[in-house]
Design a protein around this ligand. Structure first.
Ligand SMILES: NC(=O)c1ccc[n+]([C@@H]2O[C@H](COP(=O)([O-])OP(=O)(O)OC[C@H]3O[C@@H](n4cnc5c(N)ncnc54)[C@H](O)[C@@H]3O)[C@@H](O)[C@H]2O)c1
Length: 276
């Protein structure tokens, strides 16, 4: 018996990065997985790799019909949807606020917020009918900590957390759970950029590791493990939560980056009132 035996999952943004890692983990744990992504070649190749457990649908999450179609195809093929993982994303508009246009805003929010909303909206009726399900969405530590991501990206990911909490409160009536995962710095094409070449990965590691308590950058599998848990029956009393998977980044400044006076042991100076 594996952890996701007999479960059906739909993962958006599953052709790359943490979505692809999650698709592989889900399948290894016994789930059947719909891979919904813009990237046809990579998405189809991953579906082929998963054999009978994999299916691909070309899907732009900012287009409601595409999301509805992916949900319908998966539910028709396998009869249910136990986990909807709204994971697709991109960096969105980057730059100073006074140079960010209304169009930049719409394009960013259409993918990062509306895409999540569409996933929830179309999975909800099926999960209500089944009397259960797990909605998981990818937020980000950028929702909580400023200065590491573009303005609109941070705002969009904060919206994902708020939407998750709100939907969890409604869908609990049907035993449907809604949670999100806030990754920290994870080594994927999105975060590494620059073509995801070995040199780019090396530079990315040297620039970013050491910034969190655990002295390495995150691996897509770190997120996949959390997603498996949220999709499984091991987390059936967990809903409305944002699970932070960031190696301790959001905990604060690491010990190795503290100023020397913090790292040195000093004799404790105890205050004693006069006369004692
Ligand atoms: N990598 C990080 O450090 C990090 C940190 C926090 C949050 N995130 C979030 O994690 C999620 C996954 O990103 P990743 O790092 O694995 O990046 P990635 O680029 O490897 O994967 C993202 C996938 O989403 C797909 N995608 C993008 N726009 C889409 C659209 N409109 N419709 C359908 N698919 C679309 C891409 O084709 C790609 O396959 C994103 O939501 C991202 O914002 C990433």
């Amino acid at each position: 018996m594996t952890r996701l035996s007999d479960k059906v999952a739909l993962i958006t943004g599953a052709a790359s990065g943490m979505g692809a890692a999650t698709a592989r983990r889900f399948a290894a744990e016994g789930a059947r997985v719909m891979i919904a992504d813009l990237q046809e070649e990579a998405g189809s190749a991953l579906a082929d790799e998963l054999g009978d457990a994999g299916l691909f649908a070309r899907c732009d999450v900012s287009i409601e019909e595409d999301v509805a179609n992916a949900v319908t195809v998966a539910a028709d093929r396998w009869g249910r949807i136990d986990c909807m993982f709204n994971n697709a994303g991109f960096g969105g508009a980057i730059g100073p606020i006074d140079e960010t246009s209304a169009e930049d805003f719409d394009i960013t929010m259409d993918v990062l917020v509306k895409g999540v909303f569409f996933g929830m909206r179309h999975a909800a009726p099926i999960m209500k009918r089944q009397g259960g399900g797990s909605i998981v969405s990818t937020a980000s530590m950028a929702a909580r900590i400023g200065g590491w991501s573009p303005h609109l990206y941070s705002a969009a990911k904060a919206a994902v957390i708020a939407l998750t909490r709100s939907v969890a409160l409604e869908m609990g009536e049907w035993d449907v759970r809604a949670n999100c995962i806030s990754p920290g710095v994870i080594e994927t094409p999105l975060a590494v950029g620059r073509g995801f070449t070995p040199e780019a990965i090396e530079r990315f590691r040297s620039e970013t590791e050491g910034q969190q308590a655990l002295n390495r950058v995150g691996d897509p599998d770190d997120i996949a493990h959390c997603a498996v848990w949220l999709a499984s029956d091991e987390s059936t009393f967990v809903t409305g939560q944002d699970i932070v998977v960031d190696g301790g980044f959001s905990a604060g400044r690491t010990w190795r980056r503290q100023p020397p006076w913090m790292r040195q042991a000093h004799p404790i100076k105890v205050y004693r009132p006069p006369g004692r």
